[in-house]
Design a protein around this ligand. Structure first.
Ligand code: TRP
Length: 331
């Protein structure tokens, strides 16, 4: 069975974009692959070196992964720092990672620009930590978005380099796992681009948002004065509202508003009200499950412990082999 690894940094709640873009696919994958899903708490320190509530943020993601249907019996759901062997592999990979190649990484350049007062070594070596996460389980596939492709290319470089330097065929070269046609893009509410937490307050609808918050965000979503020519092409903010409608509402509802749009009779207030209703209905079970899980620290503790153990079974064995290969041996 092929191995899949994916991680998420604990820097906020999951939104509808995460749900349709990743979570739904993770849930499918967990039955078909040897799957590792982890919460990248080490990585979060590269941008938040003194996190205010690291544990609370990790808990949020753990709760939301479970609420979305990740089954800790099927997948290995763990917290990155619970597998400290990751840090050992990271150290070893760093010995063969070059300043030049690390400095060329786009996300590094962007983050360095964003936090010029804190261009730390962790930020520079983000790709070697990410590579460690992936190859520690000898993963074949990594389900990530386009923005992570360069990191994945680096992972392949590091895996190949290790194999070559130590004359072994140890690490597979993992490939990006694009979920193909099933990937649903969720636009944000600010009129352009996709839903994302970093695009500013109000652009994303979080799975944990209460109905009144959903209402406020949707009613404030960018729209325009409405079409004046029948059957006109929709400008981006309007197309985005319809995209959301297509995901969240019934085909009849979509058809109804399409017709209203095409005859220039559309009232965006009505469309938004409908959207609010359908989003609230859709997220209801998730919201409930999130609440339930959040108050069950005992269960969360069990899940985390089980994940740590399973991750360790896989990772520690591979690290033992790596140590052998490099030449760290017992006397
Ligand atoms: N860099 C990824 C992101 O920002 C998170 C991540 C860390 C990751 N380690 C990983 C993703 C390993 C996949 C595999 O989205």
């Amino acid at each position: 069975m092929e191995t899949v690894v994916s991680g998420i940094r604990p820097t906020g709640n999951l939104h509808l974009g995460n749900y349709f873009g990743a979570m739904q696919n993770f849930v499918k994958m967990q039955s078909e692959y040897n799957s590792f899903f982890f919460i990248a708490d080490y990585h979060s320190l590269t941008t938040h070196p003194t996190p205010e509530d690291l544990h609370g943020n990790v808990k949020k993601v753990l709760v939301e992964y479970l609420a979305c249907g990740i089954d800790p019996e099927k997948a290995t759901l763990y917290i990155q720092s619970d597998l400290p062997e990751t840090a050992e592999l990271y150290l070893l990979l760093n010995m063969n990672a070059y300043m030049g190649e690390l400095e060329r990484v786009t996300t590094f350049k962007e983050k360095a620009k964003k936090q010029p007062q804190n261009v730390n070594a962790g930020l520079l070596t983000y790709p070697s930590l990410m590579a460690a996460d992936i190859i520690i389980h000898k993963a074949n596939k990594v389900p990530v978005g386009k923005d992570q492709e360069q990191h994945l290319e680096m992972t392949r470089t590091f895996a190949r380099r290790f194999n070559r330097m130590y004359k072994v065929q140890f690490f597979p070269e993992p490939e990006a796992f694009n979920f193909g046609a099933t990937l649903v893009k969720i636009p944000g509410l600010d009129g352009s681009g996709k839903m994302g937490k970093s695009e500013g307050e109000g652009n994303a609808i979080f799975l944990a948002d209460e109905p009144n918050v959903i209402k406020k965000k949707v009613m404030r979503a960018v729209s325009d004065a409405g079409p004046t020519v029948p059957n006109s092409i929709k400008p981006e903010p309007i197309e985005n509202l319809f995209s959301l409608l297509r995901v969240m509402s019934t085909a009849d509802t979509v058809e109804y508003f399409e017709a209203k749009y095409n005859s220039c009779e559309i009232r965006y207030g009505d469309l938004k009200k409908q959207l609010v209703e359908d989003i609230v209905k859709f997220t209801e079970p998730l919201r409930e499950r999130i609440k339930e899980l959040s108050s069950d620290d005992k269960y969360l503790g069990k899940v985390a412990a089980m994940g740590a153990e399973k991750a360790h079974d896989s990772g520690a064995k591979n690290i033992k082999d790596v140590r052998e290969i490099i030449g760290f041996r017992k006397f």
